[in-house]
Write a protein that binds this ligand. Structure first.
Ligand SMILES: Nc1ncnc2c1ncn2[C@@H]1O[C@H](COP(=O)(O)OP(=O)(O)OP(=O)(O)O)[C@@H](O)[C@H]1O
Length: 258
């Protein structure tokens, strides 16, 4: 592939990125390129910096006032820390789904239209269309179409998580960040979300933190192995799982630690 073509496929480019909580350095000189319409899995033992990395990409870490960073994260060749991306704008482009389903204590309908309304959508028909498309994208429409005005809290955990994914994609982001999105779910709901991730990758670029090695192997194209805040290995998932370059990666994926 020509250099120019290859360049076009990179949505997020992380360059020499360091991150600190006060004096503690949580990420050490991370360099990573996140490719468009691919699923990139972040793996590694507890406390190795996966969430810190994920939360850096949409500047969630700005909320921690002792935090500081060095280096660069580029979204479409523009720094996410630049004025072009104020936080509201950036989060519109980079949606996030959390470990525990966290729907708002509002109706299913209101959960989905919340973001679009913030971004100025007022037209009732348009909002209804967004609700239908978003819920269809997460295969939840048939299950909830007759109770859009019921509380989202009445849904099962798996349905709530699909609703949260629908809420995230309702504003048409480009990137979806997922922080262990299935860790609170039963196996059936988990496999539905995994299927969904594979579907969504046609339209979105996905970065997912997971503790589940089988899940990383099943759903991701690329895998990044973090250890003590260092990106020890990053590459093709199949290769990482069958023929890792780094001894620490091998020990981790074969369950020798973590
Ligand atoms: N708000 C914070 N203030 C200070 N230190 C923090 C904060 N958040 C995380 N850390 C520290 O940064 C390091 C990386 O944490 P992080 O949550 O990114 O790891 P992780 O790999 O996502 O862990 P887990 O798999 O357990 O969720 C840990 O040592 C953690 O204690």
């Amino acid at each position: 592939m020509k250099e120019e073509e290859r360049y076009k496929d990179i949505r997020v480019d992380i360059k020499n990125f360091n991150f600190y909580y006060g004096d503690f350095q949580a990420l050490h000189n991370i360099n990573m390129e996140i490719e468009k319409n691919k699923v990139t899995a972040l793996i590694g033992p507890s406390g190795c910096g996966k969430s810190t990395f994920l939360r850096s990409v949409n500047r969630m870490n700005d909320l921690v006032d002792i935090s500081k960073y060095e280096g660069e994260i580029l979204l479409d060749n523009e720094s996410i820390f630049s004025k072009k991306y104020d936080i509201v704008n950036l989060r519109k482009k980079i949606g996030m789904v959390f470990q525990r389903p966290n729907p708002f204590p509002k109706t299913i309908f209101e959960n989905i239209v919340y973001g679009p309304k913030i971004h100025g959508e007022k037209d009732k028909n348009k909002l209804m269309e967004i609700v239908e498309t978003s819920l269809k994208s997460v295969a939840l429409w048939d299950e909830v179409k007759d109770k859009l005005n019921k509380s989202a809290l009445g849904l099962s955990g798996g349905q709530q998580q699909r609703l949260c994914i629908a809420r995230a994609i309702a504003v048409k982001p480009e990137i979806l960040l997922m922080d262990e999105p299935t860790s609170a779910l039963d196996p059936i709901s988990t496999s539905k979300i995994e299927e969904l991730i594979r579907e969504l990758q046609k339209d979105y670029t996905i970065i997912i933190v997971t503790h589940n090695m089988q899940q990383a192997a099943r759903i991701s194209d690329y895998t990044a192995f973090f250890y003590n805040g260092v990106l020890e290995e990053f590459g093709d998932t199949e290769k990482t799982f069958t023929n890792p370059v780094n001894k620490k990666t091998e020990d981790y994926i074969t369950g020798r630690f973590g």
